[in-house]
Design a protein around this ligand. Structure first.
Ligand SMILES: C[S@@+](CC[C@H](N)C(=O)[O-])C[C@H]1O[C@@H](n2cnc3c(N)ncnc32)[C@H](O)[C@@H]1O
Length: 225
C-alpha cells in the first residue's frame, strides 16, 4: 500500500533566506529549542517570525478529511499542534469531528486560537495520554524530528498504538549533500534528521505503518542562499 502522502501539498511555498539565518545560528537555536515566545513570535532568524492564524490550514484540513475518509464523531489528534490552528480548521471543515491537539509549549498553548483552546493540552509525543486505538487519524507535522533518535522511535510506536495504520508523520529530510547543507543552515530545532531511506528504516524498526512525507529544502528560487 502506498504510504507516501503529501498532506501539506496545498500550502504555498515559502521563501527562506538561509544566509540571514546562518548568521547567529547557535544563539537562535538555543532560543528556538525553548519553544517559547521567541520561536513562535520572535524574529524570522529565531523561528516562525510571528505565527498568526491566516486560515491556510483549512485546505490541509480538507485534504486530510478526504484522504482519511473522516466523518462526524471521528476522533483525530494533532501532535505538536502549536497554537491549534490545524485543530481549529479540522473542526471548522467537518462539523462534529472531534479534533484534539497536544504540544509541550506552554507559550503556544496559552496563545492558542480561541476556538481550539478547549481541545489542546500539554503532553509529549513520547507518551501519549490516550488509550490504544482511540483515534481515527493522528498527525505529527514537523514535530517528531525535534526529539533524539530513541525518543523518535518511541513516539512512532505511540502513534501506532493510539491509531494503528492511520497515522501521518512529516519529517525533515534531505536526498543530496547540497540539500543536507541547506537543511543544516536553516533548521533550528531538529535533533534527528535523515534521508527518506533512513527514516523508512526507522519506521520499520518502530513498527510504524502509517503515512508519511518529508520536509526537504531544495536549492531553487524559494531558498535564497
Ligand atoms: C516545527 S513546529 C510544527 C508546528 C505545527 N505542527 C506546524 O506544522 O506548523 C514543532 C512543534 O512541535 C512541538 N514539540 C516539540 N517537542 C515536542 C514533544 N516532545 N511533544 C509534542 N510537541 C512537541 C513544538 O512546541 C512546536 O509547536
Amino acid at each position: 500500500m502506498e504510504r507516501e502522502f503529501n498532506l501539506l501539498g496545498s500550502l504555498p511555498r515559502c521563501v527562506r533566506d538561509v544566509a540571514a539565518r546562518r548568521a547567529g545560528k547557535e544563539e537562535s537555536r538555543k532560543a528556538a529549542l525553548e519553544f517559547g515566545k521567541e520561536y513562535f513570535d520572535g524574529t524570522r532568524e529565531q523561528g516562525y517570525g510571528g505565527y498568526n492564524y491566516d486560515g491556510r490550514w483549512l485546505t490541509v484540513a480538507r485534504r486530510a478529511i478526504a484522504h482519511w475518509g473522516l466523518k462526524p464523531n471521528d476522533r483525530v489528534l494533532d501532535i505538536g499542534c502549536a497554537k491549534g490552528f490545524f485543530v481549529r480548521d479540522l473542526r471548522a471543515a467537518l462539523p462534529g469531528l472531534d479534533a484534539f491537539g497536544i504540544d509541550i509549549s506552554d507559550y503556544a498553548l496559552k496563545s492558542a486560537h480561541p476556538e481550539a483552546k478547549p481541545y489542546v493540552l500539554n503532553a509529549s509525543c513520547e507518551n501519549l495520554p490516550f488509550p490504544d486505538n482511540s483515534f481515527d487519524a493522528v498527525f505529527a507535522i514537523n514535530t517528531i524530528h525535534n526529539l533524539e533518535r530513541k525518543a523518535c522511535l518511541q513516539s512512532l510506536r505511540e502513534i501506532e498504538r493510539v491509531c494503528p495504520n492511520r497515522g501521518f508523520v512529516q519529517m525533515d529530510a534531505y536526498r543530496t549533500e547540497r540539500e543536507r547543507e541547506i537543511f543544516l543552515d536553516w533548521m533550528l530545532t531538529a535533533r534527528t534528521f535523515d534521508t527518506p531511506c533512513g527514516w523508512r528504516n526507522m519506521f520499520d524498526v518502530a513498527g510504524y505503518k502509517g503515512y508519511y512525507w518529508w520536509t526537504i529544502l531544495e536549492h531553487d528560487d524559494s531558498v535564497l542562499t
